[in-house]
Design a protein around this ligand. Structure first.
Ligand code: NAP
Ligand code: MG
Length: 501
């Protein structure tokens, strides 16, 4: 394992990203290894985006957004209080009739334009996301920005067809003003997941990004304006948890869409009880990733790596609970540990980096506490020796063997590059262990037998199940969980329902 800061590696990106919508923009420079940070085009300070204008926060408070790979300040971001949130909700209310009653084909055209601009500015957005979040540029470039554009494209396509898919005589009505609160792990993509279906349905929005990652949402405000989204239709209120709470509890919001931790989700559900506001919750997970002895193990190892180390494991659907059939456990662990030696940890702007920085000091402390908990519980901590950068927040790829189902590292969401390995003997035992969780967001299966895969899928209590692959996303497929992973679906046709009466 090496830390890659200044690489002259000849393997630099021979391949261009495959874009589902259009040819990749010519602006990508494939010749150099380290991406140019100045492309992010940062301002020193950002105000709030309300009613189509940059507005100073009432209390004149700003906070720093830092680069988690260097701990350097990137920019200052406005801290919105209740007065600012109220201003944003009023703007969204005023903008509602105009947006709702606009000919649907006009709304569609605007959303297609958003998708197009996201593609055109993909390099800038990817660099900005990587700087603010710490994720490898390869992921922000090939996953986050691509899928964000795809989401707007997909929902733009529904905009003028909504009435045709409802029962005859029924008209698609928006819910109204939507308050949307998103986390820091996929900042731009979560903004797109929230805004695209809401806008397609004719709603207006107030979006609250996570405190540590507001910058791409603020850049998106510029893009929405350029695409022709009228003032007030989307408002962006940056700040901390209390900003989110002010939005959730604002009396003139019709619907709340929240993605984040189960703890905050529960709090929100309690505070909305009896208000009549609509609610959807996308919360945590502890996905079971099942490996049967008939699986192609080399491919399964790639799936496991993708499942747990993608985005430093800070993924709600991460395959964090590996369930391996006992007969292949040793072989699989050997292959996995060997593969982990090749994971490159380091500068997220390096196109060769596989594992970037942890998003915040707080999140790193949480992950490190689970590393201690795992050892204390008697599991064996394994993984490559890894030289980590001196500044910034870093965690080497790790796995625990000897994990039992009741250990905290087997039941609680760590949200980091830490895999817990358990075993099973029979398919029934696999199902029982997989479903033995408070969560039910996602799961994965590796097996060569199609019949076994389908049988298992039916019995797994998870909103998303991947077979012989992992962490694959598409705007047309619904995503969401059961149990403490929340309710409601995002993506696909199902993702429109929560935004229509
Ligand atoms: P979090 O602490 O719950 O924060 C999520 C968002 O809620 C942030 O914008 C946060 O603001 C805001 N917030 C905090 N307290 C609030 C309150 N009392 N009322 C309203 N809003 C409040 O979660 P996180 O640590 O950012 O994200 C990680 C979690 O999200 C993980 O558990 C993960 O599984 C889950 N997640 C789920 C999905 C999914 O689709 N199911 C996707 C991604 C992440 P601040 O950041 O400013 O505090
Ligand atoms: Mg940041």
């Amino acid at each position: 394992m090496t830390r890659v800061q200044e690489s002259s590696d000849p393997r630099v990106e021979p391949k261009r990203p495959v874009h589902p919508l259009a040819a990749p923009p010519e602006s990508w420079d494939y010749a150099t290894s380290i991406e140019d940070a100045s492309l992010a085009n940062l301002r020193d300070r950002y105000d709030l985006w309300i009613d189509g204008e940059w507005v100073k926060p009432a209390k004149k408070l700003w906070f720093e957004s830092i680069n988690p790979s260097t701990e350097q300040t990137l920019s200052e971001v406005a801290h919105a209080g209740p007065t600012d949130v109220d201003k944003a909700v009023r703007a969204a209310r005023r903008a509602l009739p105009g947006w709702r009653d606009m000919p649907a084909s006009h709304r569609a055209r605007i959303l297609f334009a958003v998708s197009r601009l996201l593609q055109e500015r993909s390099r800038e957005l990817a660099v900005l996301e990587t700087l603010d979040n710490g994720k490898p540029i390869r992921e922000s470039r090939d996953v986050d920005v691509v899928l964000a554009a795809q989401h707007f494209f997909y929902y733009a396509g529904w905009t003028d067809k909504l009435d045709h898919v409802l029962p005859a005589g029924r008209k698609a009505e928006p819910i109204g003003v939507c308050g949307q609160v998103i986390p820091w792990n996929f900042p731009l993509l979560m903004a797109a997941w929230k805004l695209a279906p809401a806008l397609a349905g004719g709603n207006t929005c107030v979006l609250k990004p996570a405190e540590t990652t507001s910058l791409t949402a603020l850049r998106l405000a510029e893009i929405l304006e350029e695409a022709g989204v009228p003032p007030g239709v989307v408002n962006i209120v940056t700040g901390a948890g209390e900003t989110g709470a002010a939005l959730v509890n604002h009396p003139d919001v019709d619907k709340i869409a929240f993605t984040g931790s189960t703890d905050v989700g529960k709090l929100i559900q309690k505070s909305l009880a009896g208000t009549g506001k609509r609610l959807t919750l996308e919360l945590g997970g502890k996905a079971a990733h099942l490996i049967f002895d008939d699986a192609p193990l080399d491919q399964a190892v790639e799936g496991i790596i993708q499942g747990i180390y993608f985005n430093q494991g800070q993924v709600c659907c991460a395959g964090s609970r590996l369930l391996v059939q006992e007969s292949v456990e040793r072989q699989l662990i050997d292959l996995l540990l060997a593969r982990m030696q090749n994971i490159r940890v380091g500068n997220p702007l390096d196109k060769n980096t596989d594992l970037g920085a942890i998003n915040s000091e707080e999140q790193l402390a949480k992950i490190e506490s689970y590393l201690e908990i795992g050892e204390h519980e008697g599991a064996t901590r394994r993984g490559p020796q890894c030289e980590l950068p001196a500044s910034g927040y870093w965690c080497a790829p790790t796995l625990f063997t000897g994990v039992t189902p009741t250990m905290r590292i087997a039941t609680e969401e760590i949200f980091g590059p830490v895999l817990s390995v358990l075993t099973f003997r029979t398919p029934d035992e696999a199902i029982e262990k997989a479903n033995n969780s408070l969560y039910g967001l996602s799961a994965g299966i590796w097996s060569d037998k199609g019949s076994k895969v389908f049988r298992m899928i039916e019995k797994l209590r998870a909103g998303v199940v991947w077979a012989n692959t992992y962490n694959k996303f598409d705007a047309s497929s619904p995503f969401g969980g059961y149990k403490e992973s929340g309710f409601g679906r995002e993506g696909g046709w199902h993702g429109l329902f929560p935004y229509l009466k």
